[in-house]
Design a protein around this ligand. Structure first.
Ligand code: SF4
Ligand code: F3S
Length: 104
């Protein structure tokens, strides 16, 4: 599966939604997650993210993010259409430790 990671938080560009063939993105207030059981590993969303926040879970160090994607894909609503990203998305691109600071 692919997972959404830290830099999505407060950037939330949502370009990823438009390309996913199986609509497996779920929306929280500050970020999206991917449902690991629904993702077919096609990889098309990875290069679409302007914040470079989508990674294959085969990359090392992503256990925490796999857990977060799994947990919140069950709690948050499905999202299938792109909305307006936050006006200040650019200011948050690359900010460190966004999960600790802003996750909700
Ligand atoms: Fe959707 Fe493919 Fe991305 Fe999985 S890898 S979330 S199926 S676009
Ligand atoms: Fe987040 Fe990137 Fe999608 S910032 S909402 S994973 S396009």
């Amino acid at each position: 599966t692919y997972v959404v990671t830290d830099n999505c938080i407060k950037c939330k560009y949502m370009d990823c939604i438009e390309v996913c063939p199986v609509d497996c993105f779920y929306e929280g207030e500050n970020m999206l997650v991917i449902h690991p059981d629904e993702c077919i590993d096609c990889g098309v969303c990875e290069p679409e993210c302007p914040a470079d926040a989508i990674k294959p879970d085969t990359e090392s160090g992503l256990d925490k993010w796999l857990q977060i994607n799994t947990e919140y894909a069950e709690k948050w609503p499905n999202i299938t259409a792109k909305k307006e990203p936050p006006a200040d998305a650019k200011e948050f691109d690359g900010v460190e430790d966004k999960f600790e600071k802003f996750f909700s």
